[in-house]
Design a protein around this ligand. Structure first.
Ligand code: CA
Length: 424
């Protein structure tokens, strides 16, 4: 089926500011509320939000599989349960209604007033009910950097790394939407090999520059999803800051891996950009050597060119961007991750969230964590206000942004930001 909504020549009768992340070619989905109104499904267009509940109530979505009740929801799950094809028709139809030559809604001022809200007047909420959260470790440069710091530059990658998209099961309860402040975690630290462990606030709080993808309902337990089928099971993507307490992690992770160092907060951006909207930005991935097992082989361009950056804003001052990377630097793509995740028959549910792992580019200015930027705390980064950072300090706000751009069309994710409060 044609993704007519992706036509780069489309313009909307809704004014879209230059450089907006949300032109008519994007149409990302989220959950919003305005004033005392209930939460609803919305679509971002320029500085506006399209209220899909109202759009459906007035009959504009009659020829789709959706009714108004699908959009009077606290999450996108009811909508996503209708699957890829139905959601593609929905996005194509929304594009048609808001395309500049289409008068059907444009001329009805009363309907327009009820259907469009200003983003600045609305609150955005966590867009999905996340069942399970999985975090991969799929950037080669990141795995290499960590291996160099903690092991040996000659054997930086562990023997399994180029054969398996390494990952672990995380925790979904502490995934929160952009703008949710959180307290620096407390935990067990072991400051030196000679001392006993102590209970104290984390000293090495770090961000992880990641992207996450959100799934449609997968196959039943016992079935697997192939790399070729994977696109049909992926709804869309968000920016993802997977906070990490490096000192808690260092002491706790042997032998079973990350636990309390990773589950105190992860921040997700509020708008889910559909995989359909990202199709024009597909690009080739790295040559995988050694050759992967047949179930991990894939055809075509399955990586995506998404510029991502992270900034730190100390309280009361301006922000300093500390890294710029790109999602295309991934060694393993989403299709391989999903195929691997289900190859043993593990079932995937609607709303499952799978993060990429920290995305580090090949150069120093493109590393995806303070652990790498400060090279395990051996050097600091200067902020615009003259202070320095090796890790994240109390009252810092950390802000991630991302967008794809091609043929004059910019499809962006907005931002995910979070303020770190002192430990409780
Ligand atoms: Ca992570």
């Amino acid at each position: 089926m044609n993704i007519s909504a992706n036509n780069p020549n489309l313009k909307s009768w809704v004014t879209v500011p230059a450089n907006s992340d949300f032109p008519i070619q994007n149409l990302p989905f989220g959950i919003f509320s305005e004033g005392a109104n209930d939460k609803r499904v919305g679509v971002a267009l320029g500085d506006k939000i399209i209220d899909l509940y109202q759009l459906a109530s007035f009959g504009y979505l009659n020829n789709t599989s959706f009714s108004a009740s699908d959009f009077e929801q606290d999450t996108l799950n009811a909508m996503m349960l209708k699957g890829k094809a139905a959601n593609r028709i929905l996005r194509n139809r929304i594009s048609e209604i808001f395309e500049e030559s289409n008068d059907e809604l444009k001329k009805n001022e009363q309907h327009v007033a009820q259907i469009l809200s200003n983003q600045k007047d609305c609150e955005l909420h966590l867009p999905v009910q996340i069942g399970d959260y999985t975090d991969f470790y799929s950037s080669e440069q990141h795995a290499y950097n960590v291996g160099c710091m903690f092991r040996d530059p000659n054997n930086a990658l562990l023997p399994n790394w180029k054969h398996i998209p390494v990952g672990y099961h995380g925790r979904s309860s502490s995934i929160v939407v952009s703008g949710t402040p959180f307290h620096r975690p407390m935990g067990q630290l072991k400051p030196s090999p000679e001392e006993d462990p102590i209970f104290a606030p984390c000293r090495l709080l770090d961000f992880e520059l990641e992207m996450a993808f959100i799934t449609f309902q997968g196959k039943p337990l016992g079935e697997r999803i192939s790399t070729e089928e994977a696109d049909e099971y992926i709804f869309g993507m968000t920016l993802f800051n997977d906070w990490s307490a490096r000192d808690i992690q260092k002491w706790e992770y042997i032998p079973l891996g990350p636990f309390l160092a990773k589950n105190f907060a992860s921040h997700m951006s509020p708008w889910i950009v559909t995989l359909d909207a990202l199709e024009p930005f597909r690009t080739s991935g790295p040559v995988q050597d050694p050759k992967v097992l047949p179930y991990l082989e894939y055809k075509g361009d399955k990586h995506i060119d998404i510029n991502i950056e992270m900034g730190i804003q100390p309280e009361g001052t301006s922000e300093t961007v500390v890294t710029k990377s790109n999602y295309k630097h991934m060694y393993w793509n989403m299709n391989q991750q999903l195929a691997h995740h289900s190859v043993n028959g593990c079932n995937i549910n609607c709303g499952d969230t799978m993060a990429s792992g920290t995305i580090s580019g090949p150069t120093e200015g493109s590393y995806g964590s303070m652990l790498e930027i400060s090279w395990a705390g051996s050097k600091s980064v200067k902020m615009a206000d003259g202070t320095e950072r090796k890790f994240i300090q109390d009252n810092d706000t950390v802000i991630m942004r991302g967008y794809s751009e091609k043929d004059g069309v910019r499809v962006g994710f907005g931002e995910v930001s979070a303020k770190v409060l002192p430990a409780k």
